[in-house]
Design a protein around this ligand. Structure first.
Ligand SMILES: [Zn+2]
Length: 569
């Protein structure tokens, strides 16, 4: 058994996936949920415990437990294997350092980030960090928070991290690839972060993969400087603080989203631990998919300035596209979350979140300021402006009720509202998709395949009978070839070797059925039935040929064919 099989044999794909996607529904040996890889409103993602396989009938994501972890964590095969082994206490052989180049590079970059993190933290704790510690105190960041968020300090020299990494024998290319070290036109290397308060950015499992640095010198032109994208850091995929927020978010079933690192720290200090922030970018679909695995209820708390409001508007649209339920937290006095917490205390901030209204009231207020509400045309424009947002609502009854609320809020005639919704409902119905169903005529194939996949003893007994069938098709032919090559046979290994159309056929035949009760006798009966069917169709074919030969006066040939027909009987 190879290493991958060894690890896989000790895992349960249902348990692994349920760590990422809570609220699986069970149907016998199949589990179902909303697909984590594409956006949908009704579940087309299934996990098949018998075959240790998942498949989405919406976007065609599919595979085994390694494929799932590779895709959802965006890691290489070796990283997925190692991660699963570690998490499940499966010991890997000492020699199992085998990995591809990409995995090795990623491991090196992570190690460098670990070293940088400790270096920056030591700087902050050092006597030379006194001024920065005083700055943090003045900003209201407690020592406990500085520890929790692993805050650090990049000193002004521009050389110390470089020297440290060189001492550890990292190569110049690796230094530059990490994003921690820059290279000037003359080829000289230098610390990218100088004289900055450092916020480490972690992946979901809590490993440092990048940094955000806030300038400590007010003269510095770039107030915030972030790591560039690297092999381990794609900024559009990462949310600041999700590694810490994921657990409370799951428990409370809500996530608060703020704009900046300091806001996230301020909110956490106020007892709102379920807080995340985009890392210096506009919110992306990938980030939303990462957060909605933990909760579908998002409380948006961006800055109240016009840039923040624009970012919120754009984010609401993306969030609704991904079926996230959005509320907007409004803080009076033009304060950002960090400032509000400091001025009004944690209690008041938590109350603001509890009282946050659904996004459409906030949008309506924004629109009111922009259009002339005294004019019927203006009110109509406002409504048009709000329509895409309401369209995003999941529930039909909710859509209508929101529309009525909004109509009276804006003073728009409700008949106009309902007309829009009727049209939208019609459009929606037109785009609904159909999940492919197994062909009921294939019941015999299905039973036989299930038995051959699940029961090794039956497979040994039946394989020769299967071989004798005149036309056993590509799926059975592949299965026979695998058996002859003494390969391990299960759904995954068979699926891997088929072409795309046959893969789909195999999935349609096998996945939805339960093969646990099938016996060798059932298998024998299936092969008999298939043989009879094959004979029957051969006979029909011969009869047709005989008729054609007789009609066209080819009597010699007709007599020959009659002889073959008799042989068949
Ligand atoms: Zn999907």
């Amino acid at each position: 058994m190879d290493l991958a099989q060894h690890v896989k044999s000790q895992l349960d794909i249902v348990r692994v996936i349920s760590d990422y996607v809570p609220r699986l529904r069970r149907f016998g040996n199949r589990y179902s949920c909303l697909c984590p890889f594409h956006n949908e409103k009704t579940p087309s993602f299934s996990i098949y415990a018998d075959h240790q396989f998942y498949k989405c009938f919406g976007c065609d994501a599919k595979g085994d437990v390694f494929n799932f972890v590779m895709n959802i964590e965006r890691v290489t095969f070796w990283e997925a294997l190692k991660k699963l082994a570690e998490q499940n206490g499966i010991e890997l052989p000492k020699q199992s350092t085998a990995a591809d180049d990409k995995t090795k590079t990623r491991a090196v970059l992570r190690e460098m980030h670990e070293i940088a993190l400790e270096h920056f933290r030591a700087n902050l704790a050092d006597p030379n960090g006194a001024q920065t510690r005083a700055y943090l105190k003045e900003r209201g960041v407690t020592q406990q928070s500085a520890q929790l968020f692993q805050l650090g300090l990049a000193d002004p020299s521009g050389r110390t991290l470089l020297r440290l990494l060189e001492q550890r024998h990292f190569k110049p290319e690796q230094l530059v690839e990490s994003g921690l070290i820059g290279r000037n036109e003359n080829g000289g290397l230098y610390d990218r972060f100088r004289n900055r308060l450092m916020f480490p950015i972690h992946d979901e499992s809590g490993k440092a993969i990048a940094f955000g640095g806030r300038a400590l010198d007010p003269e510095d032109k770039a107030k915030y400087l972030n790591s560039p994208e690297t092999e381990i850091y794609k900024k559009s995929h990462v949310l600041y603080n999700l590694n810490r927020a994921r657990q409370p978010a799951g428990q409370l079933d809500r996530i608060v989203m703020v704009e900046g690192y300091m806001d996230a720290i301020g909110a956490t200090q106020a007892g709102v631990a379920e807080v995340v922030a985009p890392c210096g970018t506009a919110l992306t679909t990938e980030q939303i998919r990462a957060l909605k695995r933990h909760s579908q209820n998002l409380y948006l708390n961006f800055d109240p300035d016009s840039a923040g409001a624009k970012a919120a508007e754009r984010s609401i649209k993306l969030l609704l596209d991904e079926n996230v339920r959005v509320r907007v937290v409004e803080l009076p006095g033009g304060l950002d979350p960090d400032e509000y917490c400091k001025e009004h205390g944690p209690e008041a901030y938590r109350e603001r979140i509890a009282k946050a209204k659904p996004y459409f009231y906030w949008l309506a207020d924004r629109a009111r300021e922009r259009f002339n509400m005294r004019d019927p045309q203006g009110r109509n424009d406002v409504f048009k402006f709000l329509l895409p947002a309401i369209q995003g609502l999941n529930d039909k009854i909710e859509r209508v009720s929101v529309a009525n609320d909004l109509a009276s809020y804006l003073g728009v005639e409700s008949g106009l509202v309902l007309e829009h919704f009727r049209k939208m409902a019609a459009d929606r119905a037109a785009e609904r998709k159909v999940v492919p169903q197994a062909d009921p005529a294939k019941a015999t194939d299905q039973r036989l395949l299930l038995l051959l996949l699940n029961n090794e003893e039956a497979r040994e007994q039946l394989i020769d009978g299967l071989r004798d069938l005149p036309d056993n098709g590509p799926i059975f032919a592949t299965l026979i070839a695998m058996h002859d090559a003494k390969d391990a046979i299960d759904f995954n290994s068979l699926h891997e070797r088929l072409d795309k159309p046959e893969q789909d056929r195999l999935a349609a035949i096998v996945l939805e059925a339960d093969g646990s009760g099938l016996t060798l006798e059932d298998g024998v009966a299936c092969i008999d039935a298939l043989r009879r069917t094959a004979k029957e169709s051969a006979r029909r074919e011969l009869k047709a040929q005989i008729k054609a030969a007789e009609r066209e006066g080819r009597m010699q040939e007709a007599i020959q064919l009659v002889g073959r027909l008799a042989e068949l009987a």
